[in-house]
Design a protein around this ligand. Structure first.
Ligand code: HSE
Length: 443
């Protein structure tokens, strides 16, 4: 290696990901150095508790419990924020960027809540912010979006971005078990976030969708500007009925942009995906993302979306990019550009209101099994201008009424929601109706 530059790295947070980064970077350091032509030194790590036992052994003189000291340490050029959370992580990130450092992060919640502020701090402080591990675990989706596909405009991005939900849904389909049984197993396997709502209610997926939406369209879409629904209400019956109709159920993130009206939309919701589609065959805790660019066409990315090794792979790739940026042989594309083009532009991309969203829908109703019920349901749908495509009915055991599964032709989201509200208020309705979208992507 001709270049003797040594880049000093600090790691803040030695949880599952932090330890993985330390371990893999030590193990593959020589190979990585020969690939990027820069020497890397894992100089210091910061943890909240020095007493906790860890699988990686770090010399005492390299370990501190003064987290903020890494942010301003003049000896470090790259700092990795792998603590998680949005309070101390935010203070740390802003202080490090202000000090002109390159920050590498896996923290999608932080980016989603404070992305605008963080990118601004990076621009004004002369630092950089890398976050490949925040979306899609080991899949280099951010690199694909901002480098490999930089020539494109993205009309449609969609995918499965939460491995835990994908595990639960695919095992429900494969084993015929209930949501509750699979939830217990996911807990035992250690798949669940400490706050389970992040996984189950679509929040983690929404954070990741916000990051992709920003990279593709230069606009931060907040959670309350998205449609966000989780998987808690998906039952074994939905899985079976979807299979009969030729679909698998997935928790999807969908990011669309209409370039004619210049408006974008982000939705996160369980959806029926045709079984012939590559995402329907995505098993276990995998993630899969489809990017459709106006020049390249449709591209797919599949890989492990979480876990120590996959996430470490993404963090280390950011460290390598950061080292090249510091060395001056690499330019960071898109986040800066997107931020400057769109945030300060006089005409930022707008948002498509929910009332203008159209889809095919799946609706499960539990109703009294008596004369006239189907006619009343059909009348509510017609009264809201929603056209029924198919109806499946079967009796529920123990005289619990009947289950009605309706699918619709292309319909307006607002009309369908109004219909669902009215259906829920009918005397013949036993349980709150459950609505899902049916994926019908043109490729
Ligand atoms: N809970 C997340 C998942 C972890 O299951 O995909 C990675 O963000």
């Amino acid at each position: 290696m001709a270049d003797s530059t040594v880049i000093k790295i600090g790691i803040c947070g030695l949880g599952v990901v932090g330890q993985g980064v330390w371990k893999h970077l030590q193990r593959n350091r020589k190979l990585l150095e020969s690939r990027i032509g820069v020497k890397l030194d894992l100089t210091r790590a910061a943890v909240r508790s020095l007493d906790k036992s860890r699988s990686v052994k770090i010399p005492d003189n390299r370990l501190t419990d003064d987290v903020m000291s890494l942010a301003t340490d003049p000896g470090l050029q790259i700092v990795c924020e792998l603590m998680g959370g949005t309070d101390l992580a935010r203070d740390f990130t802003l202080a490090a960027l202000k000090a002109g450092k390159v920050v590498v992060s896996a923290n999608k919640a932080l980016i989603c809540d404070h992305g605008r502020e963080i990118f601004k701090a990076a621009r004004t402080g002369g630092g950089h912010y890398f976050f490949e591990a925040s979306v899609g675990g080991g899949i280099p989706i951010i690199k694909a979006l901002r480098e490999g596909l930089v020539a494109n405009r993205f009309k449609l991005i969609y995918g499965v971005l939460n491995g835990t939900c994908n595990y639960i849904l695919t095992r429900m389909e494969a084993e015929g078990l209930s949501f509750e049984e699979l939830l217990k197993r996911a807990r035992k396997l250690g798949y669940m976030e400490a706050d389970e709502s992040l996984d189950l209610d679509g929040i983690d997926t929404a954070h990741k969708a916000a990051v992709l939406g920003f990279l593709a369209h230069g606009r931060w879409v907040s959670m309350d500007e998205m449609l966000v629904e989780g998987i808690r209400r998906v039952t074994q019956e939905d899985i079976r009925q979807a299979a009969m109709l030729g679909y698998s159920i997935k928790l999807l993130a969908v990011i669309t942009r209409d370039f004619e009206t210049d408006r974008m939309f982000i939705g996160v919701h369980p959806a029926l995906v045709p079984r012939s589609h590559v995402l329907a065959n995505l098993t276990g805790a995998y993630n899969g993302i489809c990017l459709s660019g106006d020049i390249v066409g449709t591209t797919f990315y599949i890989g492990r979306g979480a876990g120590q090794d996959a996430t470490s792979s993404a963090v280390i790739s950011d460290i390598a990019d950061a080292a090249l940026v510091i060395k001056g042989s690499h330019k960071l594309l898109l986040p800066d550009e997107a931020a400057s083009v769109h945030e300060e532009s006089s005409r930022p991309c707008g948002l498509l209101p929910l009332e203008e969203v159209h889809s095919l829908y799946y609706l499960r109703l539990t109703v009294k099994d008596e004369p006239g019920v189907l006619a009343r349901v059909a009348s509510v749908m017609a009264g809201n201008d929603v056209s029924i495509a198919s109806v499946l009915q079967h009796e529920l055991p123990l005289s619990k009424g009947a289950s009605l599964i309706l699918t619709t032709h292309q319909s307006n989201e607002k009309d369908v929601r109004n219909a669902v509200t009215e259906l829920g208020e009918l005397d013949s309705t036993i349980e709150e109706p459950f609505l899902m979208r049916i994926a019908d992507f043109e490729e």
